[in-house]
Design a binder for this molecule. Structure first.
Ligand SMILES: Nc1nc2c(ncn2[C@@H]2O[C@H](COP(=O)(O)OP(=O)(O)OP(=O)(O)O)[C@@H](O)[C@H]2O)c(=O)[nH]1
Ligand SMILES: [Mg+2]
Length: 454
């Protein structure tokens, strides 16, 4: 049997938002900055393995709790027990004119297991809210106050906690449906476990599943970022002449931008958000002329050259290329592998760049400053989406990310310089695995470090 949670509270405190966030569903109900958005009771089931675990029941907000509570105090029902008064007030035709919305709430009170009372912490515990709690107490059901908007500062958390404690409501849960943290959601489920011990295992499964899903989403998004960075770092655009033309630069920049856009779309999909939730702005691209780094020990190794005297071999290679560039035909380029002693099989990917060098054509590649910006923007987007509640209405703008430290710049530049040599890793199909290589592991560690830091 699922647990029925009745979500109640004053108008505009974030009741519908809470349900959207718990369901990871932006489409549930309607939410708005104006009060009185929800006009009807609506139920949605949280299902795990085809079994409903929670029934979440959304209700309209209280609008005039003071007036309703007064009808009990000053009229004929004063002598009735709270519970009897509720049954009466839920259906009394003479109350419908003034308390139509409240009656919709009262009718649900008998059908639920637990009441979640949503509080907007931007407001202190005013009389109208306290009357709402008094009305709900009449149902003799457990009430869990949800301290919503908890990340908005300043707020009235302390005043509310004191006021709730005076009413024996100690088991409150802090929440923010916009700045979402799974630890808050876990606390909610743990509170439900203590109130309904018969459902302990069921709720435990829910917590574990939620944790697992969150971990998987994060891993997938980080993987997408690695792909985007590898593809950006290894992308080369051969130009038609020694000097890149504006059309070459445009084509190059469009490609890098499209890689970032594709990554953003993929992340939105992973986190079930929509295109309108993120705005991409101002990626400054510094295309640099690509240079085959023939003196780099890793590059030599990749070419199949095992040498202990890297500098000497490097000099020999440099000389060979210079000789070739000096006037030999393009066909000669294919003999380059033999000339430098590399296994041409492994050096295949460099063929086009060497041929372009021989043809005296520029090759555009992404500069490390751009790659660092892409890394930072990507990590920031993942971090944002990981904590974005499904009730958030404002789009997240990706602009310039915060600047890295000098040490980080040096570390990232070194990493991207090495990655840029691996042109054979450039792949359009991002569903393919990335190579099992120490450079990829290093990139992954940097991304994880950036996500952990925020
Ligand atoms: N910053 C912040 N905004 C929130 C939070 N919860 C809700 N909101 C915003 O508050 C507004 C009202 O949210 P709703 O979910 O419509 O509130 P409601 O209680 O269902 O409103 P009614 O149906 O009118 O009673 C929306 O603009 C939400 O985006 C929160 O925890 N933090
Ligand atoms: Mg609502």
């Amino acid at each position: 049997m699922a647990i029925s949670l009745l979500i109640v509270g004053h108008a505009n405190t974030g009741k519908t938002s809470l349900i959207r966030t718990l369901m990871r569903d932006q489409q549930f109900g309607a939410i708005d900055n104006r009060s009185g958005t929800t006009r009807h009771v609506e139920r949605i089931d949280l299902i795990i393995d085809k079994k409903p675990i929670l029934h979440l029941i959304d209700t309209p907000g209280f609008e005039d709790s003071i007036g309703l509570w007064q009808t009990r105090k000053y009229e004929a029902q004063a002598h009735e027990s709270g519970h009897n008064w509720l049954s009466y007030a839920a259906n009394a035709p003479e109350l419908t004119l003034h308390f139509e919305q409240e009656q919709k709430i009262l009718k649900q009170l008998s059908n639920c297991d637990i009441i979640l009372y949503v509080i907007d912490l931007r407001y202190g515990p005013l009389g109208k809210y306290l009357d709402e709690i008094d009305i709900l107490t009449c149902a003799n059901k457990p009430i869990v106050p949800i301290l919503n908007f908890c990340h908005v500062q300043p707020n009235y958390a302390r005043e509310w906690q004191q006021c709730l404690a005076e009413r024996q409501l100690h088991a409150h849960v802090r929440f923010d449906t916009v700045a979402f943290f799974f630890s808050d959601e876990r606390k909610l489920y743990q509170t439900l476990q203590s109130l309904m011990p018969d459902h302990y295992d069921q709720l435990n499964n829910l917590i574990k599943r939620r944790e697992f899903d969150a971990e998987q989403r994060l891993k997938k998004a980080q993987h997408a970022l690695m792909h985007m960075l590898v593809n950006s770092a290894t992308y080369q655009l051969p130009c038609r002449s020694a000097k890149p033309q504006p059309s070459d630069i445009q084509q190059f920049e469009d490609h890098i931008r499209s890689l970032e856009q594709h990554f953003v779309a993929h992340c939105l999909d992973i986190y079930t958000f929509q295109t309108s939730d993120v705005v991409l702005r101002g990626l400054a691209i510094n295309g640099s002329q690509w240079q085959q780094d023939i003196f780099d020990a890793d590059t030599l190794k990749n070419w199949g050259i095992q040498t202990t005297t890297v500098a000497a071999t490097g000099a020999a290679i440099g000389a060979s290329i210079d000789i070739l560039s000096a006037g030999l035909t393009l066909g000669t380029a294919t003999t380059l592998g033999a000339l430098i002693g590399a296994s041409w099989q492994t050096g295949q990917s460099f063929k086009s760049s060497i041929i372009n060098k021989l043809r005296n054509r520029a090759i555009l590649a992404t500069g490390s400053a751009t790659l660092i910006t892409l890394l930072y923007r990507g990590a920031e987007l993942i971090n944002h989406l990981h904590h974005r509640g499904h009730a958030t209405q404002q789009a997240f703008t990706i602009e310039d990310a915060k600047p890295p430290t000098k040490e980080e710049i040096a570390r990232y530049s070194q990493l991207f310089k090495k990655l840029a040599q691996r042109t054979e890793w450039n792949q359009e199909d991002t569903s393919q695995e990335l190579p099992n290589h120490s450079l990829i592991k290093q990139l992954q560690e940097e991304i994880i470090r950036l996500n952990d830091r925020d």
